[in-house]
Design a protein around this ligand. Structure first.
Ligand SMILES: N[C@@H](CC1=CC(=O)C(=O)C=C1)C(=O)O
Length: 586
């Protein structure tokens, strides 16, 4: 269906010289190429792709005020719904390019394009990195569109969604057969990209390197000129450096320049690199003129060099011309998945309300059978698994809860019909001091949660809170239960400082109230965010010292971006702001 939809579109014109490459022209163009099979054919092919980009840039520039109408292709997050019209379409288009031997008989068309990226074409280590990869990505997408349909783009892989998984990053659904394939170490044998013609794809995820944290993005976006985000001596703000570590984290062929583009995740990673650059670019008053000088091999007037050992097709523009609006306008970006947009309606992301960010789900196989307490508490297991696991501890929980707090868990098959005796809390029982008041508040909340919700997603969210609560009770009496060992230790910690316990619970409760309030009262939310915006503007305009305090330079980039607690402490507030902004871009 997708294929038919794409190829039946009336969009295509037949004037190949005016329009550049489209399906028809592409086929026309390829006829002679099949016979010639030499470097010239690759070179001609790439030049034709460039003409396509260029003619679209002309069209888009002329109809800027009606961008929607002119159908600028959109890049969405890899996991954003609908799968069929987003990642699946990309995967099928990539496969088609991999099976395409119309340009050379000895090298599939995907591999022709991938071999342009050698890692040593002056496309790295400087400002040209940004514009070179922007054009390179457009070129690749032009080929995808030529063989598959005009709307195809490389969805962006926002690896901060995986970063947020903490010490479970290697389980991300990104490296499942639904997306980029398995196994996560060695040659991939499962998924869309396994056993394709040409270069095989290897990975070694989560060995070296790291993913990009929200605070890394926040730090980069806090700068006010390109020179501040391309300087490798300032890794805290160096966007290319953050990009490097993801290459290393994926490992395998992604780890080195000469092979990286042979992994289809390369384009999705660079789609994200381009997205954040574009967010940055749009905030500058005159981005096209803001090209940093003084970088060897990255002169503003140097022509971009697209070459490898076999051919030299050069897009006839300079590094600085790649900073212009002309090429930026060729794509639009879907806002980042956020709790405000239901994580782009993705079934593979969930909102973590305590951090107010979306987090990637794990590959299904890792939690399908027997969820651990951590799986459940962090929302990584589905509702069935959660109910099954909770059922296992039902008796223990009931046995040890004092009479006044008796409730019946799982009275029916789901939490939807839990029966809460009306005498569990009497208002008069607790009204004399703060501690008790908090207690009452907490119980009220608990009863509210148990009052039954049919919606599955909503249920899951509630389980999250409820589980923590149950666990608390369970931990008190079942210290020998291995599953809760970690929690028990944590509990001991808390018990050693009664005041701390109260503070923690109180803080969490306040937080929940606050989030609920935000959802229920948009006006109020707007006001709060407006205040924060003012603050942001102040930061952007404000003095250098103030900004440096906000984003202290950390000499060790790896530990910096590997520490999610660190992120929470220092950037929680700021990121929420950015998140809001990303979700409200339009
Ligand atoms: N070689 C880079 C990482 C890297 C960057 C790239 O741009 C690339 O394509 C492949 C790998 C590093 O270890 O720092």
């Amino acid at each position: 269906d997708i294929l038919n939809n794409q190829t039946n579109a009336t969009y295509y014109k037949t004037d190949c010289f005016e329009r550049g490459i489209n399906i028809i022209c592409f086929k026309k163009f390829l006829q002679p190429a099949v016979e010639t099979l030499n470097d010239t054919s690759s070179s001609n092919f790439l030049s034709a792709l460039w003409r396509k980009i260029n003619s679209e840039a002309d069209t888009t520039a002329n109809s800027r005020h009606k961008r929607q109408a002119s159908g600028v292709p959109i890049r969405r997050e890899v996991r954003a719904a609908p799968y069929e019209n987003n990642f699946l379409r990309y995967a099928l288009a990539v496969r088609r390019l991999k099976y395409h031997y119309g340009v050379r008989s000895d090298l599939n068309t995907y591999d022709i394009i991938a071999s342009i990226h050698t890692g040593s074409n002056s496309e790295h280590d400087g400002p040209g990195f940004l514009s070179w990869h922007r054009i390179y990505l457009l070129l690749f997408e032009a080929a995808l569109q030529a063989v598959f349909g005009q709307g195809v783009t490389a969805p962006y892989w926002d690896s901060s969604l995986d970063f947020a998984m903490g010490n479970r990053q290697s389980k991300t659904i990104i490296f499942s057969n639904k997306y980029f394939g398995t196994p996560v170490i060695d040659t991939i044998t499962g998924g869309f990209f396994a056993n394709l013609p040409g270069r095989t794809i290897t990975r070694a995820i989560n060995g070296r390197g790291g993913l990009i944290s929200k605070n890394a993005i926040a730090a980069v976006l806090s700068r006010t000129s390109h020179s501040q985000i391309v300087n490798q001596d300032q890794v805290r703000y160096c966007w290319e450096c953050y990009h490097d570590i993801v290459h290393r984290w994926v490992g395998g062929i992604m780890e080195t320049g000469i092979s990286a583009a042979f992994d289809p995740i390369f384009w999705c990673h660079h789609s994200f690199v381009d997205k954040i650059w574009e967010l940055f670019r749009q905030r500058l008053r005159n981005a096209p003129a803001d090209y940093p000088l003084g970088y060897e091999n990255h002169g503003p007037n140097n022509q971009m060099n697209f070459s490898n050992y076999r051919y030299r097709p050069n897009p006839p523009i300079t590094n600085q011309e790649g900073f212009s609006n002309r090429y930026a306008r060729l794509r639009e970006y879907d806002p980042a998945p956020s709790c405000q947009n239901q994580c782009s309606n993705s079934p593979d992301l969930f909102c973590d309300p305590t951090r107010d960010i979306c987090v990637s789900r794990e590959a299904v196989t890792s939690v399908a059978q027997d969820a651990t307490a951590d799986d459940i508490a962090s929302g990584w297991s589905d509702i069935t698994t959660t109910v099954m696991a909770l059922r296992k501890v039902q008796q223990e929980v009931l046995k040890d809860i004092p009479p006044v707090t008796v409730f019946v868990l799982l009275a029916e098959k789901t939490f939807g019909n839990v029966n809460v005796p009306s005498n569990d809390i009497q208002d008069g029982d607790y009204n004399d001091n703060d501690r008790d008041k908090r207690h009452v508040g907490r119980w009220r909340n608990f009863r509210f949660r148990l009052s039954g919700v049919d919606d599955q997603k909503e249920n899951e969210k509630r389980h999250f809170g409820r589980w923590k609560n149950l666990n608390w009770k369970l931990g008190i009496t079942h210290d020998n239960d291995k599953r809760f060992f970690g929690r028990w230790r944590d509990l001991n910690n808390r018990l050693s400082n009664g005041q701390n316990i109260e503070k923690r619970f109180f803080g969490r409760w306040k937080n929940i109230n606050y989030l609920n309030q935000l959802r229920q009262n948009n006006d109020n939310a707007e006001k709060r965010f407006f205040g924060r915006w003012k603050n942001l503007n102040y930061l952007l305009k404000g003095n250098q010292n103030k900004r440096d305090d906000d984003f202290p330079v950390d000499e060790n980039l790896m530990s910096e971006i590997g520490d999610i607690n660190d992120m929470d402490k220092r950037f929680f507030g700021r990121w929420k702001n950015l998140n809001y902004k990303l979700s409200k871009q339009d």
